[in-house]
Every structure is written in C-alpha cells, then in structure tokens.
Design a protein around this ligand. Structure first.
Ligand code: ATP
Length: 383
C-alpha cells in the first residue's frame, strides 16, 4: 500500500490511523507501519489468551477464598491482589489451570426472576373449578381469608398456615385451584416447577429459591405455587452425590424461606404433588406447609360439574350430562376437558355446528384408549 497516495484515514485490520497525505516522509511511513505491526501483535496475543472461568465466591479467607466452579465443585484458591474488595456471592474470573482468582466481574448476581419462573395475574373464577367445593372452602380459609382479612386472625390471636400442600392425582385441578385463589385475592401468581428448579438451574437452585421469595415480597400480595414439590422435598435416605447435595441445599433454602416469613404476611406458598408418599416430613411440619388438602379424582357429581364447565361454551343438541358423567368413571378434570375438545373435533369432522351425544361417546372412548395406552407404556418402562 502506498501510504502517501491514500486518504487521511486508513483501516488496517480494524485499527484506524489518521495522518496527513502530503507531508509523510519515508521515516514516518516506516514508523506508522511499525506501530501498526506492534498493535496487531498485541491484538493477536490478546486473542490467544486462554479463557478464564467464571466462578462464585463462597467465602473469603484473607488472601485466599473458597470458590464454587460451574459444575458445583468447590476449591480453596489464591486471590490476586489486584482484585480489590471481594465478598461472598461475588462473581470472579479464575485461571483455568490453578483456579487463582484474577479479576472480579461487576455482573449482578441477581437473576431476572421473570425469565426463570412464570409470573402471572390469573383470572380463573371459583365457578370455573368443578367438583371441589370442600377443597375450595378450605383453601379460602387458609389462603384467601388471611390475605384479604388479616385483622380477623390478629383479633382472634391465631396464626394462619403460611402455606398449603395440594396433593392428589395428575390433572385433578391443583394448579387451577391455586390460580383461582390468586385471582380471588388479586395476587401475583409465581409458578415454579420443582423438577426444573433442580435440573435446569444446576448449582443455582438455592439462590433462585431465595430470589423467588424476595421477588414475591416485592410483588406482594403474591402466591408462590411450587408444582412437583416432591422433586425438591422428597425423603432422602442419604445425600451422597453432588446432585443430591444440590437438591438438598435447594430444599434447605426453601425451608429457611418458609421459616423466615410471617404467617400474616402477604406471601403464601402453595405446594402441589402427585407423590405425597415420598415427601419429607420437614416440609409439612407446623409453621411450614402444614395444611394438607387432598384433591382426588372427581366422583360422578364432580364429573358432571366439570363437564358442564367445559361444555358451557359449546353448541349442544340434547346432551344428558348425567349420563355422560356416569360413563367417565375414574376420569380426571383434565381428561374431562379433553373429552369436550375431542367431541368438538368429531362434530367438526362431520361438518356439524352442533355437538351430539355420539360425539361425546366417541370422545370418551378415545380418551379412555389413550389413558390405557399411556398406562401400558408406563408399565413397559418399568419392566
Ligand atoms: P398436575 O398434577 O398434572 O400438575 P393439576 O392437578 O395441577 O395436574 P390442572 O393443571 O389444574 O391439574 O388441570 C389441567 C386442566 O384440566 C385445567 O386447566 C382444567 O382445564 C382442567 N381441570 C382439571 N381439574 C378441573 C376441575 N376440578 N374443574 C375444572 N377443570 C378442571
């Protein structure tokens, strides 16, 4: 490149230099080229630097620290003097070979909670929950009343439960009930799935639990709904592997959070599980989720109620709900809803705008068959 002939700005591999076109002697030209070589060499060296590992400080110990690396293992390492003040919980960069801490990174350790959990303001009404009148009554007493009228409890001098545990078969309306009570108390509904907390956010579960509760307090009144709570709170015979230790830490944090908030505060916790048999008793001790509400498969009356709810917007022709309810023995609310959807499809396939009894009968058979196949798959899985 003839520098004299070029314009007053040149860009060599992204590094811009400016110089006058007219008065460049060959020494100056030389100097500029040398400078650019030095810079490019520096850039190459910089790009060749090995990556540093992002770790979390567990505890500072003078000029050393205990750090946690991303796979959950912890190490005792030295800290460079240039890092400045470092505290537990800070994120730092460590050399990959000897794990010495080189630099502190000014990244916020807080999660953007809304990215990790479902936050919602549900609008489910009580009359959209079928066949669970006793359970509705109970959840109203233990969740709705303390949130809406805490003074009642203060006057009488009792502490309402901080949370409840809904247990029972899948698809029976546990989530629906939790959403309905969030709606009736105009609460923020924060939905967390226990299994995701421990599988998706490996190494972060306990921290996430802490921040979910902080978030709930900021958004109060709020309801934290922990679905599949058994994934966190199952009885453990021994806590051996690092995965088990991680689940245990998350569970301990959950207990600490439950113990730490006031019964008459405006955050309530609702846990849900299909496996109450494997739950650790610690979670249902007094002062924690000490009110247990069983949500079982609906009886005939309940099935008819649920059917009526889901069929309420359908265009029906002479449908006897009682008769259909009779035929759906052992169906859950979710299956009854599926029957309505399938029946709708049978009518659409025959190009009808009104649903007939036949559509429902075929839909019931279809859902029954699916349930049977699922059951067989399940049995095959376990030999
Ligand atoms: P899982 O244990 O699998 O999480 P769940 O008990 O939380 O299930 P839901 O998610 O509440 O069940 O139910 C799924 C859907 O089934 C609901 O959105 C609702 O449409 C319907 N459903 C279930 N139970 C009822 C009910 N009692 N009344 C009306 N609809 C219901």
């Amino acid at each position: 490149m003839n520098i004299k002939e070029s314009k007053d700005k040149s860009n060599i591999d992204g590094i811009a230099y400016s110089y006058s076109t007219s008065a460049l002697s060959s020494e100056e030209e030389n100097r500029i080229l040398k400078e650019s070589i030095v810079r490019l060499k520096e850039e190459i060296e910089r790009l060749k630097e090995p990556p540093l590992m992002v770790c979390e400080i567990r505890e500072m110990m003078g000029k050393a620290a205990i750090i946690k690396i991303p796979n959950g293992n912890q190490f005792y390492v030295n800290v460079s003097q240039d890092c400045g003040k470092i505290y537990s919980g800070d994120l730092v960069l460590a050399d990959q070979k000897n794990l010495a801490i080189i630099k502190k990174i000014p990244i916020t350790k807080k999660f953007n909670i809304e990215k990790f959990v479902i936050v919602d303001k549900p609008r489910i009404k009580w009359n959209e929950v079928g066949g669970l009148s006793n359970q509705i009554q109970e959840i109203k007493e233990v969740v709705e009343l303390p949130l809406l009228k805490p003074q009642l409890f203060e006057k009488i001098g009792i502490d309402p439960p901080k949370g409840v545990l809904l247990y029972g078969e899948p698809g029976t309306g546990k989530t629906l009930l939790a959403k309905a009570v969030a709606a009736s108390t105009n609460s923020t509904f924060i939905q967390v799935v226990g299994s995701e907390l421990v599988q998706k956010f490996i190494g972060e579960g306990a921290k996430l639990v802490k921040e979910i509760f902080e978030f709930a307090r900021r958004k109060a009144p709020s309801i934290i709904f922990i679905d599949e709570i058994d994934a966190l709170a199952a009885k453990r015979i021994e806590v051996g592997t690092s995965g088990e230790r991680e689940v245990n830490r998350t569970f301990m944090q959950l207990l600490a959070e439950l113990d730490g908030f006031k019964p008459l505060g405006n955050v309530k916790v609702i846990g849900a599980t299909n496996r109450i048999d494997i739950l650790d008793n610690a979670i249902i001790r007094p002062g924690r989720l000490d009110r247990l509400i069983n949500i079982s498969l609906p009886g005939k009356k309940g099935r008819v109620e649920i059917l009526k709810i889901h069929a309420s917007r359908m265009n029906l022709e002479n449908i006897n709900f009682d008769d259909l309810g009779e035929r759906m023995d052992n169906f859950s609310g979710a299956e009854i809803k599926a029957v309505c959807t399938e029946a709708g499809y049978f009518a659409i396939r025959e190009d009808r705008s009104k649903l007939q009894k036949e559509d429902f009968l075929k839909a019931i058979d279809k859902v029954k068959l699916e349930e049977k196949l699922e059951g067989e798959d399940y049995m095959r899985m376990f030999g």
